[in-house]
Design a protein around this ligand. Structure first.
Ligand SMILES: Nc1ncnc2c1ncn2[C@@H]1O[C@H](COP(=O)(O)OP(=O)(O)OP(=O)(O)O)[C@@H](O)[C@H]1O
Ligand SMILES: [Mg+2]
Length: 626
């Protein structure tokens, strides 16, 4: 329930539309009642019931009055007087003049009632949709912008698909809770009141009788409906399973082919579709049984009421035939809203569950954020220092970095080498505060980076990651990512320095070519050069560069190499090196082994230590690059 109220609180900015929707709903319900009520004078005229009576207009009300008192006395006197007054004036108005005139008046009134009713149904639906979609938009935006505040570790923990589905699908389910409030808590009760009022004004006795049998049949119908919903939820889940199998294999199609796993994947897929098929058939069985059962039950209700009411008309002359017909119509109008109310709890449960999944994102507190007194920095002047830095990932006990100490002066190129998993990427991720050290601290110009505003810290840094990350946009926007309205000449300049200009010009639309999801229309080397161009354009004083491990052919290798050299000119650079030429250019090399710095020096010095790890790494990784 708490979740539910929280969802509802999102309605606040749309108060005006809520009010409009509620007002339209009220008018709609009244006109809906009127449209049914008007059939009574219509039938009465057609049956010429009033032929002998309509001169004395209080007739109907006298009836109601009489039955009201005689039957049960459940209607307070003032209310029945009030109702009688209204219907008195109504009858006086309608039943004056010739039969022709009376008929015309009634038909016109019916026309007006239906016209008004439909206009207000439209308005009510529109205003409700406005509120619903507005709330969805707001929740989605909130969740999305909150995602951007969450640290890297959160994204490692949560599956991408899962997060996406929460912001798309779950948000849609939440929409239900809003319609529930309006339809189930306002429109349906209102409809029930109006039609119950009509029924009571005709015959309290018959109404009470109907109220005993109608709910029983409606409950059976609701129960079938619940089974149907449950089954359809299972089906949704199965469909999601199929989607995820598809997603996995399509994105990994190369591996499937390479390993000849087509048959295996086919089998996996067939199992899923078979399950879906069975589930769906089960739902079809329930659904197709539902409507005949519903119809039959309604007929049972109808027949019982007709029999009992018919006797009231024929034997006791308690009510007139036209009133009885009006009564039947009113009672049948009661069924759908009662049915709706029966499923209210289920809907609230469903949307609360979806709401929980969304609020879980919103309630995750970012653990990396600006301190209140964090300072803004604009440049980097002197040095970066790691002091006694230890690091471990959130939910593991294993220390990934231990006792890291080193200092880099402005303008130096420092290279990190070490075997895979040694902790090189992790060490560099600490500098832009993607993660914070577990112990120890990092100082930039003598200031602990935890005391610097994250935005201004990251502004000083250009980051080229191990996997190149590109967006499905134009080349131009990919290079100028984060820099709005950048002049094309500058972008071209950066692309030239990154050795990317030439191949970009050969793309079908040059700098305006869209490069596909994650840059899938480009080669590995081309992608790397675009991300280098991006870093060059930003032109930051500090560069963090995780060289891609993927091997490139000789030609691209040379081009990428030149691009990297341009990147390092006049910059303080942290580079995770996988290329011999890069380590040769470095001012200093730190060798990492199992999270510790084990060697520190220049290439020539390190290679001289024949028992050192560097020498072994060199033989393994770099020598054949000569
Ligand atoms: N999100 C994570 N949660 C837990 N452990 C992690 C996480 N990311 C990396 N690790 C572990 O941290 C260690 C260091 O990883 P890191 O990516 O820093 O290695 P690396 O030196 O960059 O290796 P490579 O040369 O292959 O890129 C590895 O043992 C890895 O398994
Ligand atoms: Mg790495």
């Amino acid at each position: 329930m708490k979740t539910y109220f929280r969802i509802i609180s999102y309605i606040k900015p749309y108060k005006r539309y809520v009010a409009l929707s509620v007002a339209s709903t009220i008018v709609f319900a009244l006109l809906n009642g009127a449209s049914v009520y008007l059939t009574i004078p219509l039938l009465s005229t057609l049956f010429q019931e009033n032929g002998m009576e309509h001169t004395h207009s209080g007739n109907t009300n006298l009836n109601a009055h009489r039955t009201g008192q005689a039957d049960t006395g459940i209607i307070p006197q003032w209310l029945s007087d009030f109702v009688n007054n209204i219907s008195d004036s109504f009858n006086n108005f309608v039943f004056s003049g010739s039969t022709d005139e009376v008929l015309l008046k009634i038909v016109m009134l019916i026309l007006l009632a239906y016209l008004g009713k439909n206009i207000f149904a439209y308005l009510q639906a529109y205003f409700l949709a406005y509120v619903e979609q507005g709330v969805i938009k707001d929740i989605r935006n909130d969740a999305y912008s909150h995602l951007h505040k969450l640290p890297m570790s959160y994204f490692k923990k949560e599956k991408t698909g899962n997060l996406i589905s929460r912001i798309t699908n779950d948000v849609n389910v939440v929409q239900q809770s809003i319609s529930v409030v309006f339809l189930n808590l306002i429109r349906e009760p209102l409809t029930i009141i109006v039609f119950l009022g009509i029924a009571l004004s005709i015959s309290p006795k018959l109404t009470l009788f109907s109220l005993i049998i109608v709910p029983v049949s409606v409950l059976i119908i609701v129960w079938i409906g619940l089974k149907l919903r449950k089954q359809s939820a299972v089906i949704q889940q199965k469909l999601a399973d199929i989607t995820s199998v598809l997603h996995e294999t399509i994105s990994g199609v190369k591996i499937v082919k390479a390993f000849g796993m087509e048959e295996y994947e086919n089998k996996k897929f067939r199992e899923q579709t078979e399950k879906f098929f069975r589930m769906f058939l089960k739902m079809v069985r329930i659904r197709n049984a539902a409507s005949p059962i519903t119809e039959f039950l309604s007929v049972v209700v109808g027949v019982v009421i007709v029999y009992y009411g018919g006797k009231l008309v024929l034997e006791e002359h308690a009510i007139k035939a036209s009133e009885f017909m009006g009564f039947l119509l009113a009672i049948f109008q009661l069924m759908p809203p009662i049915k709706e109310l029966g499923s209210i709890n289920n809907r609230i449960q469903e949307s609360s569950a979806a709401g929980d999944r969304i609020f879980e994102i919103l309630d995750t507190k970012p653990n990396i954020f600006d301190k209140e007194d964090a300072i803004e920095i604009n440049d980097f002047n002197d040095s970066i220092e790691y002091k006694n830095v230890y690091f471990k990932y959130e939910d593991s006990d294993e220390l990934i970095l231990e006792d890291i100490n080193f200092k880099v002066r402005k303008g130096e190129v420092i290279a990190f080498v070490g075997s895979s998993g040694a902790g090189k990427s992790t060490l560099c991720d600490l500098l832009p505060r993607f993660y914070d050290p577990y112990k120890g601290a990092i100082y930039l110009d003598g200031v602990d980076i935890k005391n610097i505003k994250i935005k201004s810290l990251r502004k000083l840094m250009g980051i080229v990651t191990q996997e190149t990350i590109l967006f499905n946009e134009t080349v131009r926007n990919n290079i100028a990512y984060g820099l709005e309205d950048y002049p094309l000449e500058k972008i071209i300049e950066a692309a030239k320095a990154a050795n990317a200009h030439e191949f970009i010009m050969q793309l079908p639309e040059g700098y305006d070519t869209i490069i596909g999801e994650r840059g899938s229309k480009l080669s590995g080397g081309q992608r790397q050069r675009i991300s280098i161009a991006r870093a060059l354009l930003k032109n930051p004083p500090v560069m963090i560069f995780d060289e891609a491990t993927s091997a490139l052919d000789n030609e691209s290798e040379v081009l990428v190499q030149e691009a990297i050299e341009n990147l390092m000119v006049d910059r303080t650079t942290f580079v995770i090196a996988h290329r011999l030429s890069t380590i040769r250019n470095a001012d200093r090399i730190l060798v990492l082994e199992k999270g510790r710095i084990v060697q520190d020096g220049k290439h020539d010095e390190l290679i001289a230590d024949v028992n050192g790890i560097y020498k072994k790494l060199y033989e393994l990784q770099f020598r054949d690059q000569q």
